[in-house]
Design a binder for this molecule. Structure first.
Ligand code: UDP
Length: 466
């Protein structure tokens, strides 16, 4: 018999760019499937996704925002991923408890960085299923779990000596220089998963079936992505938490003027910072490749060298080789344009999955966090990308140091975009996987079915507990 009102799901994202964006999309996805989604945020951070939610409400979806107020109008600081070790959100615990008591939702989906939500629920002795979102795919989760369990990196002598990641369906080699250097993620992951009800993953079964199955051996998991595919109109695709720094129509117009698959899109996520010397090498490499490109430059320059960039920008504009976006880019709109034939990415999981969903092959340039794992998935498992050749995990490299030279940039661009057989094969394969991604979220697709299964399970719990 039907329950009297839709299941009420709380979504509690962490404030960093790559964490909040997919969680908001996920809340919208569950609302589109008939749940009531309530996004928990703070006054400042809620501003960044208010409009997207309003548009969903206009479509008749049950999706709402609940604001946690802190005393004396304090808010959680804006943060980029480099600030994670110092961003403590546990001051939100008391307001969250109040809200939980008041609304008694059917579940709470929270970011792993809010692992203290477990205490909040435990202290209240409420029976609210707690579901964790950690922002990564199953491949990265399995690789990380196996490395922390078997410690293969402790058996090699130097930081560049490869070791095989044990227990994975594919032979994957890594080096110590590519592993996350802090324990913070590991600790958060462990704490958040203790006694949790399950895990939601932004991925889709067909992308990494062997890894989904391995992950499911140790975790109750719903694989419900790619959630970015729930952005169906131009405004939602362009904004994603920030207003784009460029006029969408002018970008689309520029892309329209280029042949299919000819443009390389270059972006390093929501908070990249390269040393000026590194930016210079990238610029020279791009110019030498002669390939058309759109390059998102955000906050990269901490030091001298800006003169160089404005000159470069001007030159690229004149020759029509390249467009530079200074600020937030409408990434989804760009990636799905038919003129875009490659994506140079830092392999943040959201960007990786967005590239996959749009059927675009990649040039991988991982910098930190889980990005080296994601690179392995793209290049060694899916075989839809070429490595630029970055080797070291960097804390957003602020040192005057170059890890990828212009020759490496040029070579990678030519390999993927130069019309050779290898690049062509990768493009074909990427397109097929992109089609699978779209099927996964459509009616009857694997992610669709998983999302509905979670809603049904929550409905059943409500019937039993009544
Ligand atoms: N993004 C965007 N415009 C930008 C930079 C980033 O829309 O100029 C979005 C991108 O589409 C993705 C997210 O921000 O959804 C970045 O997440 P990812 O996991 O790739 O990297 P992170 O920022 O967490 O390192």
């Amino acid at each position: 018999e039907p329950i009297s009102s839709p299941v009420e799901m709380f979504f509690f994202p962490f404030v960093g760019g790559g964490h909040q964006i997919p969680m908001i999309d996920m809340a919208r996805m569950f609302a589109a499937h008939g749940a009531e989604s309530i996004i928990i945020s703070t006054p400042k951070h809620a501003l960044s996704f208010r409009e997207t939610i309003l548009r969903d409400q206009q479509l008749g979806r049950r999706i709402f925002i609940e604001i946690l107020l802190l005393p004396e109008n304090i808010d959680i600081a804006d943060t980029d991923m480099s600030a994670i070790p110092v961003t403590d959100t546990s001051m939100l615990q008391e307001p969250l408890k109040k809200l939980l008591l008041q609304r008694k939702p059917d579940c709470i989906v929270h970011d792993m960085f809010h692992h203290w939500a477990a205490d909040a629920i435990g202290n209240l002795e409420l029976d609210i299923p707690r579901i964790v979102f950690n922002g990564n795919g199953c491949f990265a989760n399995c690789a990380r779990e196996n490395i922390s369990k078997f410690k293969p990196h402790e058996k090699v002598d130097s930081k560049y000596e490869p070791f095989v990641v044990p227990g994975l369906p594919n032979r994957i080699e890594m080096t110590r220089s590519q592993l996350p250097v802090t324990r913070i993620v590991e600790d958060n992951m462990r704490k958040s998963k203790e006694n949790c009800y399950g895990v939601v993953v932004n991925s889709f079964y067909e992308l990494e079936p062997a890894y989904v199955e391995q992950f499911r051996k140790g975790n109750k998991a719903w694989i419900v992505g790619p959630v970015s595919l729930y952005n169906r109109n131009i405004a939602d695709k362009a904004e994603r938490g920030k207003k784009a720094a460029v006029d969408e129509q002018s970008i689309l117009g520029w892309l329209d003027s280029k042949p299919p698959n000819s443009v390389l899109y270059i972006s390093f996520g929501s908070s990249p910072r390269f040393a000026p010397q590194q930016v210079l090498e990238l610029a020279y490499g791009l110019q030498a490749s002669n390939q058309a490109f759109i390059w998102v430059i955000r906050d990269v320059f901490k030091g001298d060298g800006t003169w160089f960039l404005s000159e470069f920008e001007e030159k690229m504009k004149e020759s029509e080789q390249g467009l530079i976006i200074n600020g937030w880019a409408p990434q989804l709109l760009i990636l799905e344009h038919g003129s875009v034939g490659g994506f140079m990415t830092h392999c943040g999981w959201n960007s990786t999955l967005e590239g996959v969903s749009c059927g675009v092959p990649m040039i991988t340039w991982p910098i930190s966090a889980e990005q080296f794992y994601n690179e392995k998935l793209v290049t060694d498992v899916l075989k839809i990308g070429v490595r630029v050749g970055s080797l070291d995990w960097l804390w957003w490299n602020m040192e005057p140091r170059v890890s990828v030279g212009r020759d490496m940039v040029e070579a990678a661009v030519k390999r993927l975009m130069g019309g050779g057989e290898e690049g062509g094969e990768m493009r074909k394969k990427a397109r097929l996987i992109g089609e699978m991604a779209k099927k996964a979220v459509e009616g009857g697709g694997s992610s669709y079915v998983d999302a509905i299964a979670l809603i049904n399970e929550l409905e059943d719990r409500r019937r039993i507990n009544k």
